[in-house]
Design a protein around this ligand. Structure first.
Ligand code: ZN
Length: 496
């Protein structure tokens, strides 16, 4: 195991350059070149046909909706849309790719020369897009037996071709330079804001945990101030936003340690290990890998008319940056509040919670404190926690109505995560509702006064601030479920 350089030392000596390749699995009803369904999680090998299994004589046909989605992604990324382009065969053998070639695009991508402006710590950073091209996904191998789930040491392997032929868009950036110490954050912000854009376009489920968005992170270092590009490594399939940031940071420190010790970087793919936060060597990869690309002879070229392109441009959603400014103004959030909300990946969640009736501040409070903490504890993205914006709004409605306080609301969230039903059902089943009935409260207040005669005397002498101690005693007796405002009124009435 290599001794890493510290992040600070790595930056003193070297400049990072990033390159990000993001695969987006489209949510079309059928596959890229056949009519097979695309539903996630179906029984293995039930969504296949001669075309996606690559049987002899099968003829592919391009999915029109997939082409439209590709063009809309390209347009949203400020790309040019090709007037004429073809698919190409990328030839290599892999067991989960039954045709022994992948139908992709090579030197004629559908979209090229674009950019995405991402916000990082309140500042905008432009990421240039080299290309967005169409291709198909592979199947999935499952290695059974070994300890690691990898082919090495396994007893046998199974292949599921349901995913083979699902449409993918690969979005490739140009080398991203000048990021310096922000490289990890910028990489994460790019993937997060690209994902936000994909969600707004409605072209993909955009679930990183299910692999419908997958990021490959390229990184190289060059001597500080040198300006040239160093040898890069490509860390594959980094499947959460947090991991994107961690993988960049780790590779920067690893490259720096090797270069600083006089070594050279091996151009290779790397595997990211979520649990240990490190990368390990994959396979060597040269720039001139020979995939023997050639134009796909079974598919006609894609030549979208300019009218079609303009029609699709008219369907683009509000750009994410414009949306963020609009929401910030609507909600009255400070720059810091907005930055934290975006940084937590909670913008859409807060928006939906507000749409379900909560105030913006209440929505922000729950998502950024309680939900962010729980997601972090569970090691999942906040969007995958399993609590919906409508549920958060409902809990807040109960707080506003005086039926719950924040402390009790947290117990309702425990119940929601445990699948115990709706907020109302959980309040009833766990007996969480606040008690505001004077008979029950009055008895507890009497007990508190009897147990704290000195405090009671102070209040009788006009030191109203001392009431806090008695309210605390009542709360304790009533397991936090007393209506604090009413308790205070009763104490002051009894002691006046
Ligand atoms: Zn098929």
């Amino acid at each position: 195991m290599i001794d890493l350089l510290s992040f600070e030392e790595a930056l003193e000596k070297f400049d990072p350059a990033l390159g990000l390749e993001v695969h987006v699995e489209l949510n079309t009803a059928s596959k890229m070149f056949c009519g097979c369904p695309t539903e996630f999680g179906a029984e293995p090998n039930t969504q296949v046909c001669p075309t996606c299994l690559g049987l002899p004589g099968a003829m592919p046909v391009v999915n029109r909706v997939a082409v439209e989605s590709a063009m809309r992604i390209g347009l949203a990324l400020n790309c040019e849309i090709a007037e004429w382009c073809r698919f190409a065969r990328k030839n290599y053998f892999y067991p989960d790719m039954p045709k022994n070639f992948q139908t992709s695009q090579y030197d004629e991508p559908i979209a090229f020369e674009g950019y995405l402006d991402v916000d990082v710590d309140g500042e905008s950073f432009r990421i240039e897009i080299e290309r967005a091209h169409m291709e198909e996904d592979t199947g999935k191998s499952l290695h059974v037996g070994g300890a690691t789930g990898r082919i090495h040491g396994s007893d046998y392997s199974l292949v599921d071709y349901n995913r083979a032929g699902i449409p993918l868009i690969e979005i490739v950036t140009k080398p991203i330079k000048g990021t310096r110490d922000q490289a990890p954050e910028i990489a994460k912000a790019y993937v997060a804001q690209l994902r936000e854009l994909i969600v707004a376009l409605g072209v993909s489920d955009a679930r990183m945990d299910q692999g419908s968005i997958r990021a490959d992170v390229n990184l190289s270092l060059s001597p500080a101030g040198d300006g040239a590009l160093g040898t890069r490594t490509e860390t594959k399939n980094v499947n959460s936003l947090r991991s994107v940031e961690r993988a960049v940071r780790y590779e920067m420190r690893r490259h720096a340690a090797i270069l600083d010790g006089g070594g050279s970087i091996l151009q290779e793919t790397r595997h990211w290990h979520e649990d240990t936060g490190i990368t390990t060597s994959g396979r060597e990869k040269s720039d001139a890998e020979d995939y023997r690309y050639f134009p796909e002879p079974d598919l006609v070229p894609v030549a979208p008319s300019r009218e079609w392109v303009e029609e699709l441009r008219g369907t683009l959603p509000e750009p994410p940056r414009v949306r963020r400014s609009r929401l910030q103004a609507d909600w009255g959030f400070s720059d810091l509040e907005m930055r934290d909300t975006v940084g937590a990946g909670a913008l859409g969640l807060v928006e939906e919670t507000v749409a379900s009736g909560a105030s913006p501040q209440a929505a922000r409070k729950w998502w950024l404190s309680e939900m962010a903490r729980r997601a972090n504890d569970a090691g999942v993205e906040i969007t995958d926690l399993g609590v919906t914006p409508a549920q958060v709004a409902e809990v807040q409605r109960l707080v506003d109505a005086g039926s719950l306080n924040d402390k009790l609301a947290r117990q309702v969230f425990d119940g929601l995560l445990a699948g115990e039903g709706t907020p109302g059902e959980i309040v009833a089943a766990r007996d969480l509702a606040i008690v505001s009935d004077d008979v029950a409260l009055g008895a507890a207040v009497d007990n508190a006064i009897a147990a704290n005669p000195d405090v009671a005397d102070k209040i009788r002498d006009g030191k109203v601030a001392a009431a806090g101690a008695l309210i605390g005693a009542v709360m304790k007796e009533m397991r936090g479920q007393a209506d604090a405002g009413r308790v205070r009124e009763l104490i002051l009435e009894k002691l006046s």
